[in-house]
Design a protein around this ligand. Structure first.
Ligand code: ADP
Length: 500
């Protein structure tokens, strides 16, 4: 692991498995609570030392650009690590890295934008008081990331933490520690001072929990499941540690009969099944207006059957294995529960024979809003398709979920698009497209899909805090300008101000 710029070993190890074959491919040092304490102490000392915190904005931007270039030079290596470790299809791993490099380049523009305000006081004369709102880093931020797109989520979060002047402790998911550890080495090579970024690969319930509970942590930023997010909030409450959360979803994708159906079907299949559905924004509930329903369903099922499922190292693959045996069992359990509760499997529905934790892209019909598979996030290649008649009906159905991460709308009618984008309860709404992420755009969820908006300038809010400074000017008078002799209604001087 990485603590204070040093590679630190541990008596215990974490076994790393290739989910495409089930073979053990590596062992890494396992971070226990004592390592987390050390990592946080290192980040704390580095922050308190001041060198990092007070770095000029130009120097901080240069460093972030150097990080972007270093990651770019090693992008293929990082992509291959995630392909091996997470089963992330190599072409997708490359695409995510390209996006993450852009996120770091965007973050390089952030330091110069972290500005406070000078405000006119409401009750004081402006010549007697100067009020400023300073925007400052939080201090030590703990970043907890999941296993579905391991290195790019880590890069995105780390870049924002560093751009805003914080020091960082990163905890990768126990299933996928390899790329994060390599990232740590690369960032040191890029010129990041030791202690600014510390990396602790450990178990969620042990190292993750220790990070959340550490009193020296000033903020936790978490991406993962809603269940774990709730656990983190409960643990963070002990110290009132601020938490931001990117959690699960049960995203609706609404296709109106006037839409370009070929485009809608292609996008629906790609976004439902790439990464085998292990994507928080997966359009897992498809709603199709009745005149287009049959054509959409048969098109989606055909696309599901032809979907490029295969070895993560094959550049043609878009869906690899699920990340672990446990995850495959979980997803198969959801398909089973759907069957039991009355859903019909229109395509897929089974594990794929052979080594590795594969599941066939699965389309369900006949689901109702009360079914488990329709309510809970499956995080696998499983989607439902439901017909609808009216816009009011589909708005109610699309919003009938505890989640609110994303939603898609397919129509060529501007009035329908506008009504839908207003009514859908989701942090991200895509019209005639899906999963359009951008480093400049805020990303986050309504309802139980999260707290806060990461990426874009919104991230500045998430990784900084404000300090209000009200300063009496010295000397406290003159109340009048040299050319005036009297003042009609002098305002009270600061020390004359009394409670109302
Ligand atoms: P999954 O259950 O699919 O593994 P999680 O949302 O639990 O997904 O995992 C996302 C990240 O959260 C991982 O890095 C994991 O180790 C971490 N994690 C899991 N449980 C906790 C916890 N109680 N406290 C802090 N982090 C945790």
């Amino acid at each position: 692991m990485l603590i204070g710029g040093e590679a630190v070993d541990s008596a215990e190890t974490l076994e790393v498995e290739d989910p495409a074959t089930g073979r053990r491919i590596a062992e890494v040092a396992l971070a226990g609570p004592e390592h987390v304490t050390r990592a946080v102490a290192s980040a704390r000392a580095t922050f308190d030392d001041g060198e990092w915190r007070w770095l000029s904005s130009a120097a901080r931007s240069r460093l972030l650009l150097s990080i972007a270039q270093t990651v770019e030079r090693h992008a293929e290596e990082l992509a291959q690590l995630d392909a091996l470790d997470a089963g992330l299809p190599i072409s997708m791993a490359r695409a995510y890295l390209t996006a993450s490099i852009e996120s770091v380049e965007y973050a390089a523009g952030i330091p110069a934008r972290i500005a406070g305000e000078t405000l006119p006081p409401a009750s004081m004369r402006g010549d007697q008081f100067q009020a400023q709102v300073l925007r400052e880093p939080l201090g030590v931020v703990g970043l907890i990331v999941p296993w579905n797109t391991p290195v790019s989520t880590a890069i995105d979060k780390v870049a924002l933490g560093l751009a805003t002047g914080n020091t960082v402790v990163l905890k990768p998911a126990e299933q996928t520690p390899l790329s994060a550890l390599r990232l740590g080495e690369l960032l040191l090579e890029a010129g990041l001072p030791p202690g600014v970024l510390n990396i602790v690969p450990g178990l969620g319930a042990v190292a993750g929990a220790a990070l959340v509970e550490d009193p020296q942590i000033d903020k936790i930023s978490f991406t993962g499941s809603t269940v774990t997010g709730k656990r983190i909030i409960a643990a963070a409450a002990a110290n009132l540690t601020p938490v931001s959360l990117e959690l699960g979803g049960k995203s609706p994708n609404v296709v109106f009969a006037d839409a370009d159906l070929d485009a809608a079907i292609e996008a629906a299949a790609t976004n439902a099944f790439f990464l085998s559905g292990q994507v928080c924004t997966e359009p897992s509930r498809m709603f199709v207006q009745r005149p287009a329903y049959d054509e959409f369903l048969s098109g989606l099922c055909a696309a599901a059957e032809a979907f490029p499922v295969g070895s993560p190292l094959d550049p043609a693959t878009l869906a690899g294995p699920l990340v672990s045996r446990a995850q495959r069992e979980r997803v198969l359990g959801y398909i089973e529960s759907g069957r039991r509760e009355g859903a019909v499997v229109a395509s897929g529905g089974t594990a794929i024979d052979g080594p590795g934790y594969y599941i066939a892209p699965t389309v369900l019909t006949g689901t109702t809003p009360d079914m488990t598979v329709e309510r809970e996030e499956v995080f696998g290649p499983v989607v439902s398709v439901t017909p609808f008649d009216t816009i009011d009906e589909v708005i109610a159905r699309a919003n009938d979920t505890t989640y609110g991460l994303a939603a898609g709308v397919w129509t060529n009618d501007l009035r329908i698009a506008q009504r839908m984008t207003r009514e859908l309860q989701a942090g991200n709404v895509w019209v005639n497209c899906f999963n359009l992420y951008d480093a400049a755009l805020p990303f986050g969820g309504y309802k139980q899909s999260g707290w806060g908006r990461e990426s874009g300038a919104a991230a500045i809010e998430l990784y900084t805090q404000t300090k209000t400074v009200a300063a009496a000017t010295l000397p406290p008078r003159p109340l009048v300008s040299p050319t005036q002799t009297t003042v009609a209604n002098p305002s009270p001087t600061p020390n004359e101000v009394t409670q109302p």
